[in-house]
Each structure stands twice: as C-alpha cells, then as structure tokens.
Design a protein around this ligand. Sequence first.
Ligand code: UD1
Ligand code: CA
Length: 488
Amino acid sequence: MPQKNELGVLILAAGLGTRMKSDLPKVLHMLGDMPLLTRVIKKIAHLNPSKIVIVVGHKAKMVKEALGGFLEKYPVKAPHFFGNRAKVRGKAEIVFVTQKLLKGSGRAVQEAAPEIKKFRHTLVLCGDAPLFRTETLIKMRAFYLKNRPDCAVLTADLAEPGGYGRIKRDPPKLGGVEAIIEAPDASPAELAIKEVNSGAYFFSTRALLAAIKRLKRKGSKKEYYLTDSVENILKAGGQVLAFKTSDETEITGINSRKDLAGAYKMLNKRVLEKLMAGGVTIADPENTYIEEGVKIGRDTVVAPGMHIRGATVIGKNCKLGPYGLVEDCKIEDGVEIKFFSVLTLSRVRKGSVIGPFAHLRPASDVGPDGKVGNFSEIKKSRIGRGSKVPHLSYVGDTEMGERVNVGAGTITCNYNGSAKHKTIIGKRAFIGSNTNLVAPVKVGAGARIAAGSTITEDVPPGTLALARARQIIKKLKKRPAPLETHKR
Ligand code: UD1
Ligand code: CA
C-alpha cells in the first residue's frame, strides 16, 4: 500500500487503564526498555502508513510529552516534535486526537473520524497490545487486500480466553465473523469460544465510519464498543473476516500489572528463541533479558543474568556475563565482557576485554584489543588499540592513543567545578599508579609519569614527569609505643 492516502493507522490509547491501579497512563508503562505505546508505533512504522493517529484522553498531555521524548531516543524518529503533530522517519505524520468523552473504544474511533476519513483503509490498533509481529500485520494486510472484506480482524485461539472479546463465526461463510461478543456480555456458550479478538483490525474506512455512527451504548459502563461495528457492517450488507495467528502471544492485551509481567516474559522468550535459532548460546534463558531490537552474532555466549537493551549490536564469538547490563552499544567480534559490568552507548572494538566490575558510560570507545578492568569507569573517552586501564581508574573526556598503560588508581580530573576539560595521552605513554591528570593536559607519546604524580602541565613526548613531594626520612625522637599494649 505505498500510495499516498491509502492507509491511515489509528491507535487507541485514551482508556483509563483502571486495572493498572496507577498514576501513570497505562500506555506509558514500560514493557522492557520501551513504553507500550512506543512499541506499537515502532512496529507499524514498517508498514509505511501515511499517517498515524493516536487517540489520547486520560492524562493526554502526559502521554504526548512522554511519547515525544521516546520517539526522539528510538529509531522511529520525530525530529520536529511539536504540538499535536510530528513526523515518523520523515514519512508518516503522527497526529494526536484528544478523546473528550471517555466512553469506550467505539467512541474513540468516532472522535478520531475526521482525521482518518480521507484514507481508503484504516488499521485500528490498541495501544495496550504491543506484542503483535510486524510480519503478521503485513500478512494480514495482504489477506485483507486480496479478499477485500469491509473488515479483517486479527484473532487467535486461547486456551484461557479470559476477558477477551469472543469471535462468533458465521459457519456458512469461510472465515466470516458474525459478531464479537465482549466477555461480560457473553452467554456461557459464547464464553466457551476459544477464538478471541486481538483488537487489531483492517477496515475499509468508509464501512468503518458508517458502522461507528450507529453504535449504541452498552454494558454496565454504558460504553460504545468498537466491536459492535462488526454487526453494523453485516447489517449494511458488508463482510467481516477473521485472520487468525497461530502464535497466541501476539494478541496479548495488557490491562493489569500481572498482564504486564506476563507480556514481558513472552516477549523475552520470543527474542531469546530467535537468537538461539540464529546461533547464539543463551546459557539460561530463564535468567537472561534481551530486548527485541538487539542483534547478536553467531557463537556468542550469553551467560546468566545479562540484560541487553536498546539498539545494541553484538558481534560474533563474544562472551558476555554472567550478570551485567549492555544498553545501546556496539560490541565487535571476539569481545569479552566479564562479570557485573555496565556499558551504555559505547563501542567496544574487536578482541577487547571489559570487566569484571567495569563501567563504560556514554560515548566510550575501547580497543581493538583494549582492556578496561575492575572498578574502572570510562566516560566519553577513546581508549586506543591495545591500551589498558586495568584497575581502579576514572578516565573521562580523554583521547588516548595506542598501547598506553594506565596504572591502578589513575584519575583524569576533568571537571574543575564549572567546566569539563580534555586529557590527551599519546601512544605508548606509561601512567604510573595513582596519578592525577588535571585537565586540560597533554601527555606526549612514549612519556612516563611517576607513580603518585599530580600532573598539571603538559608532559612532552619521550620524557619522564615526576610531580610529587620527595620522600624524606627522619630519625624518630622517641621510640614508638609498642602496638600491643595489653598485658597477657
Ligand atoms: C478490547 C476489545 C476486546 C478485545 C481486547 C483485546 C472492545 C469493546 N473490546 O477489550 O474485544 O479482545 O480489547 O485486547 O473494544 N480506549 C480508548 N478510549 C476509551 C476506551 C478505551 O481509546 O474510551 C482504548 C484503550 O486505551 C485501549 C483500547 O481502547 O488501548 C481497548 O480498551 P480496553 O478498555 O483495554 O478494552 P478491553 O477490555 O481490553
Ligand atoms: Ca485492553
């Protein structure tokens, strides 16, 4: 559906989310590293819609603001996020509609009608159901375009259909749907139906708009059910088809904290299984947490307790963990990240070793064949080829050449209380233990710094700098008191 004005997407996200018992709107709850609603938007961006209309209502302002921030952080970019409109990857436009009368999914579509009416087709999704696969929606779109019903609804068979709307099939017509019955209004026979509504539908916009006009308030909350549009479409002589996915996890809707935890488990399992199928060893899938956007190469081994998030890309033959966090990083082939290390927005080049207990803060770049060892923290620094920061150091705002050795306890004093300054260390320099490098400062190539120095001036290449008080030995006037004074 590449042409303009063909596909509009409507995401329903105005609900009160009562069952979450939260001050935070439901669609902003985090599922792993992303809010529910952001996940939905990211996935449909691949369908190249012309426009994404998001119906907000409950705490609308909070949803809009939070979403702006997340869209900027994640690949679905909204560079010009302002007011009610933003751009997704420079293609789809994001529009917010604020639902005034919070009376059900049908009402949400009614209030958004002016924004979708010019599109031939409308994909309706729920902001609280982010586990569908993009591929499934692409297949469903093909099914919808081939069969041309007025509505195609995504369904699945559930062993425990619980509170989902039940799909009442119309036996004579293959794949035909007669009605969607909401669980509270269902008869015992209807409740026994295993096939349920995901809340995702492709509609012919014209049929949808006609059907929602005739919705009536229903149930104990007197709401307009979008699901009743099925019957209205049939009454008008139209057709509704079901598109069933074989993976029931895809249709998971999140209404409670329990659902949220369950959804995260399903999502994580799915990600790990895909990685394992691609040749990654996950030693203990029950205790490994990897986000959907992460890529990992063959023969990499992920030990228990690892959390890998964001847009992280990991190469082949790496060893990760046990325990640790890697977020938005690029890790090249053959890297080892040992026990309890934390890495964010950093790059680790081929063959480097990080940890145990190391911290790479944003914009660190290590290696190839570099080493950052125990209790060392790196921030916004380049650690050159073969350079080592093996123990107890802080290196910030530093440009370090090749084969530098940084002694234990070295600190780059990059902050003078008001501004940050750079430290430059030339190749093959040797920094003695417990050195303070007071920035801005340059250490030339091959220079050596004596242990315990506080370096405040540049050190020329190939020289030795000593910047510490000379040791003095004095005779004691009195013999010191014995250490053990107590009598036996
Ligand atoms: C809905 C479906 C149900 C389906 C299930 C799948 C209806 C009537 N029922 O039930 O058939 O099996 O989703 O998860 O649609 N919303 C608004 N405005 C409102 C009310 C809700 O935008 O006034 C939004 C919510 O934010 C949510 C979506 O619509 O994203 C669905 O609402 P919710 O109350 O969660 O419906 P369910 O009971 O889950
Ligand atoms: Ca729901």
